[in-house]
Design a protein around this ligand. Sequence first.
Ligand SMILES: Cc1cc2nc3c(=O)[nH]c(=O)nc-3n(C[C@H](O)[C@H](O)[C@H](O)COP(=O)(O)O)c2cc1C
Ligand SMILES: Nc1ncnc2c1ncn2[C@@H]1O[C@H](COP(=O)(O)OP(=O)(O)OP(=O)(O)O)[C@@H](O)[C@H]1O
Length: 304
Amino acid sequence: MEIITIDKNFVAKENTFIALGNFDGVHTAHKILLKKLVEEAKLNGYKSSILIFKSHTKNLIFKQEQRLLTSNEQKYKLLKEIGIDIIYELEFNKIVMTMDPDDFIKKLLLKHLKVKGIVVGFDYRFGHKASGNTELLKQRSLEENFKLFIINPVEKNGKIISSTSIRELIKNGQIKLANEFLGYNFTMNGVVINGKNLGSKMGFPTANIKTDVNYEIPKFGVYDTNIEINGKSYRAATNIGKNPTIENSGLRIEAFILDFNEDIYGKSVQLSLLDFIREEENFDNIDDLFAQIKLDVDYIKTRL
Ligand SMILES: Cc1cc2nc3c(=O)[nH]c(=O)nc-3n(C[C@H](O)[C@H](O)[C@H](O)COP(=O)(O)O)c2cc1C
Ligand SMILES: Nc1ncnc2c1ncn2[C@@H]1O[C@H](COP(=O)(O)OP(=O)(O)OP(=O)(O)O)[C@@H](O)[C@H]1O
């Protein structure tokens, strides 16, 4: 898979079929759309491509940092697995944001990116104030002679799968359903940093994880998790929250890794959430907290 960073003046060297969107999470509905892209591109003798914005479009539109399901690294890995040939990576700036929908189709996609086919979902919006939609694409596909595939809403349990709905499930602690919508376990990548060392003193040393990107914040509480370190997977009891019993400062993600006693400070890890176990609590004292942590760990062992 080729990753090509472009600006609005870039001219592609080959024709492609293209998919459009943020694709945060590369969830099960995205996968259906992207498989259609790969299949149709092949049938028509072209490569498949995606036009992706380097940072989420909502960062600029709503002037606040969008919480994410995947880092770009995770997203690109998933796209590669699906068989996408080219990623066109474009900075989403004011010029792109305020682009007239027809300029977006005719100049950027058809002229510059030499697009021969477009695959989008039923609700895809683009251009200035999101004024471009699938109706406009349909009209232009007839006039400009490009192929267009519009994917019907993909649902699960009567709910439309979207990056937004998955983020809501994660925020509500409905991690199993979020994982079903994603098609894999929600995973936060990060680096192990120093904690307070209280956990070690009490017999439950934890890996404190600083995440690589601003992931969606899961409901505060204890999770059954898998942690991957140096390509090896371990089970862990992980608390996500503010440790109200000890302090009430910033967000902490702390994993007690089962059957593990290596020094992993500074190591990159991948933490996958499997299930929500209980809410984070403010205990009266440290002994009560660690008695509960022991119960959490014992419970997770019964789930192995
Ligand atoms: C399985 C598990 C459950 C936890 N549950 C809570 C909790 O309910 N309330 C709380 O204040 N802290 C909770 N913690 C966080 C502990 O307070 C924290 O791990 C401890 O302060 C040690 O921090 P340190 O690793 O920075 O030394 C939990 C930690 C783990 C590993
Ligand atoms: N459930 C779905 N069914 C069909 N198409 C979908 C579905 N979800 C997303 N798509 C399509 O996938 C492409 C990428 O969309 P986008 O990145 O906006 O995903 P999204 O899940 O809809 O995200 P958000 O929740 O932020 O709107 C778009 O063309 C969009 O229409």
